[in-house]
Design a protein around this ligand. Sequence first.
Ligand code: SAH
Ligand code: SF4
Length: 431
Amino acid sequence: MNDYDAERIREILRRRGYQTTDDAEEADLVLLNTCSIREKAEAKVSSAAASFRGLKGRRPDVVLAVAGCVAQQEGARLLERLPQVDLVFGPDNIGRCADLVERVRESRRRVAVTDVIDVEDYTFLSADPRPEDVGTTVLVTIQKGCDNHCAYCVVPAVRGREVSRPLREVVAEVERFVAAGAREVTLIGQNVDSYRGAGGGTDDFVTLLVAVARVPGLLRLRFTTSHPRDFTPALARAFHDLPVLQGWLHLPVQAGSSRVLAAMGRGYTREEYLAKVDLVRGLVPEIALTTDVIVGFPGETADEHRETLSLLEAVEFESIYSFAYSARPGTPAAALRDDVPLEEKRARLHQVQALQQLVTARRLARLVGRRTPVLVEGESRRGEQVCGRTPGNIVVNFAPAAGTAPGSLRGRIVPVHVTAAGTHTLRGEPA
Ligand code: SAH
Ligand code: SF4
C-alpha cells in the first residue's frame, strides 16, 4: 500500500516540476513515507529523520517531510519530537502534497495535516503511469481503510473506514498501466473480498476480477489481501474459471488456536480456516498459499502456540510472513496485560520460522523437474540471467537460450524447466 502511495506522491510532485534523486545532498525535498503496523517500523522513522539532521544543518532550505501512517498517528507530536521535520501529512492528504510542500517552502512554517476525508467524499488518487517508470508488475489499489477491528491492528485507526474504488475506475487504471507496459497487476486492499463497488454496492469482488481479467494485454492478475472470514466459494471458483488469475492466494491466518483467533477478533476458527483451504485446493490443487502469522499475542499459551505450529505443518504454505506481536497505540489489545515476555515471543517466532523453512524447502523441491510458465520481470543481479515469477509467485532465475538477449524477454511469459531450488527461489532453464 505504501509502495502504491509513494508512486502517487512521486507523480503529483513530478507534475509540479520535481524530479527524483538518489542523492539527498542535491534534494530540495526529502520525503519519508512511513508505516506504523508494528513498533519496529515506527522506530525506523525517528532514526531515518535523525539521519537528515546534518543535511538540514548545512542546508536549512531543504524541506523534510514525513508522510504515511506514522504521520497520521502522531500528527503534530512528530513536529515536537523531531525538530528537523518541517511537514507531516497523512494518507488522506496525499492529493494535496505538492501544495503542502509549497506552503512550507514559502511560509517557512512547520505544518502537520492529518485530516481524514469522509467516506462519502473520498476520491481515489489516479495513477498516471509513464512507460519509462512502469515495470512488468504493478499494484492497483481497489480499496482504502478497513472496517474490521482486529484487536492488535492499527490500520482502522490510521487508514480510516473502508471505501471501495468504483469498478470502472479500477479497470481504467489497469488499462493505463497495461498501455504503459505493465503485464501483471496485483489488486490491493486490506480486505479485498469485502469489496463493494458502485453506489448500491452491487459490484462484488468477483465481478471486479471478471472485469479486470478482460483488459486486453493483461497477462497476469493477482490480489492481496483477502480475509479468511470473507473468502467465498465464488472467489475460490474464480481461480479455476479465470485463466489470467494466477494460482496464488495470500490468506492471513494469524494464529492456529481458535481461542486466540477469537481474542484477536478475527471472526473465524481454526477449523473454518482449514475448511477454506480445502475448498480452494479442491478446485485448484496447484494453488500456492501464503499467510501471515503473529506469535505471542497477549494470553497466548505454549499449547496455543503449538497449535500455530501444527497448522503450518497441516497446510504447508509456500511461504509466510511472521511477526512477534507488538502493542499499537489505541488498539483494543494495547489495553490487555501482555503476559508473553519478549524473550518468549522471540523464541516462538524462531520456532515458527525454523519450521516454515523446512516446509518451504519441501514445497520448492516439488517443483524441481517440472515445467512452469515464468513472466520475466528483469535481469537478475548476476548479469546474464533473467528473473521472473511462477504462477505461484515464486522467483525463478534462468539464463535465456543462446542467441536471446536477456532484455528482449522482459514482459514475456517463457516456459521454464525448473532445475534446482534455493532457500526461497528456484533456478531453471528455458524449456
Ligand atoms: N489486512 C490484512 C493485514 C494487514 S497488516 C489482514 O487482515 O490480514 C499485515 C500484517 O501485519 C497482519 O496480517 C499481521 O500479521 C501483522 N500485524 C498487524 N498488526 C500487528 C501487531 N500489532 N503486531 C504484530 N504484527 C502485526
Ligand atoms: Fe488490520 Fe484486521 Fe483490517 Fe487486516 S482485517 S487491516 S489485520 S483490522
